[in-house]
Design a protein around this ligand. Structure first.
Ligand code: MN
Ligand code: MN
Length: 270
């Protein structure tokens, strides 16, 4: 059950209301990475969760996110309220001023309505926890950007609190995932196909005009690197443009590429 207490989780003070900034705050009210999305994602995952320890975690954090929604909504409302009476502010955002009367509604900073499509709920606990870790990281970076665009000290304090809690949640979800004791690459029950799982497809090659390189890293070092079948086909076709055939075929039809060439950790490939 839910119970509302007439007190904010963090006291909100606003010095000078800034309707434009209030508009930006709506990103964390009704946006894709906002507080309502977080509250609904964790609470609904919690309803589906059969691991009672993780269910408790999901319900704890899902409920805290509702309290965050209340804080960000209160804060946004304090900044948006002047829109109701100020023509300049109303011209800046008719949606909030004319339709909303300077209040908050469940849309993002550009007026797109909140949607349940934002939620990631798979019914697989470890997969859901990974989504939640990513969601917390996104919420954190959005708060950081809002702080960077904010001049009002009271508003900044509240945003700093909300941003900090996302890191605390992120850590809790990471610890819960770790506590499941699953190998990080073990998802579900069906094992991946041997061989294919250990191939790296080098599907983006060459060097770009802005410093883009075909590079190597841990992801393509101790693994079988397969050069792009599409690139091999392109190179072969270019070698015999008039015939419109590849050097690899005999009758104009492309043959299945011979595509396994293992390379061992060069510093840079072309
Ligand atoms: Mn939050
Ligand atoms: Mn959070």
């Amino acid at each position: 059950m839910y119970h509302h207490i007439k007190k904010l989780m963090f006291t909100v003070r606003v010095g000078q209301p800034d309707p434009r900034f209030g508009n930006m705050l709506l990103e964390q009210f009704g946006g894709a990475n906002g507080e309502l999305a977080a509250a609904m994602q964790y609470s609904i995952q919690g309803l589906n969760c059969e691991d009672m320890a993780c269910k408790d975690l999901l319900m704890d954090i899902g409920t805290e996110e509702l309290s965050h929604l209340e804080i960000i909504g209160t804060l946004a409302r304090m900044h948006l309220k002047p829109m109701k009476k100020r023509a300049d502010a109303a011209e800046h955002d008719p949606l909030i001023a004319i339709a909303g009367g300077g209040g908050v509604a469940l849309h993002n900073s550009t007026g797109n309505p909140w949607t349940a499509d934002y939620l990631k709920v798979t019914g697989e606990l470890d997969v859901d926890l990974r989504s939640n870790i990513a969601a917390e990281a996104r919420a954190k970076i959005v708060y950081e950007r809002l702080i960077n665009f904010c001049d009002d000290p009271g508003t900044k304090e509240a945003l700093q609190f909300l941003m900090t809690r996302e890191i605390t949640h992120m850590r809790a979800f990471m610890q819960a995932l770790d506590n499941l004791g699953k190998h990080p690459l073990s998802i579900g029950l069906i094992p991946p196909t041997p061989g294919i799982v250990d191939q790296y497809y080098n599907d983006s090659t060459g060097e770009g005009d802005h410093g883009e390189v075909d590079t190597t890293g841990p992801w393509n070092t101790d693994i079988q690197v397969v050069e792009s079948p599409a690139l091999k086909e392109f190179q072969a076709t270019r070698a015999t443009p008039k015939a419109g055939r590849t050097t690899e075929d005999g009758n104009g039809a492309a043959q299945p590429p011979k595509r396994t060439r293992a390379t061992k950790a060069p510093t840079r490939r072309r």
